[in-house]
Design a protein around this ligand. Sequence first.
Ligand SMILES: [Fe+2]
Ligand SMILES: [Fe+2]
Length: 189
Amino acid sequence: MELSVLTSPAWTEVVLGDFDRFLQDHAACERKASATGLAFVNRYGDQPWLVGPMIAFAQEELEHFGQVVALLEKRGLSVGPDQKDPYVGALRAVLRTGKEAHLLDRLLVAAVVEARGCERFALVRDALPGGELKTFYEDIVRSEARHAGLFQRLARHRFGRELVDERLSELIAIEGEIVAHLELRPSLH
Ligand SMILES: [Fe+2]
Ligand SMILES: [Fe+2]
């Protein structure tokens, strides 16, 4: 997926300037991603095309969460308190109501969030010197790319390519606007 706005290099600088806080936020993002998968299962339990993939997705994100927590512990850090994510909040506000439109939007917002994670984790990967952390982020980038594709595929399976592509390009534009106005913090968003 091609995002409409690329992350500024200043963001990477801020992240590298306080990597401990970035890792704490990264852990929280993985935990929330896992919860998103479970929320799909909870709300759409009668849709088998979605349930299996979302259980696998939730498991994989939970595994990432455990991996980031292990990295935190190595640095003598604990999981930080949960913080509001203005980016996710702004995206949630654009979800349409109405059963079908809501499901389509939830899937596509999840796809865009995964694509943004992929873009930003790749910046982190590129900025890190070789070693355990860099290897870890190489793996993370690959799985975020897969997740963006997964949500897009699920949406197309359910709603068809035309409807998906039309709404996806709207959401990509909206997401770019949101990203352009985000305050730079040592966090994923
Ligand atoms: Fe993840
Ligand atoms: Fe992911």
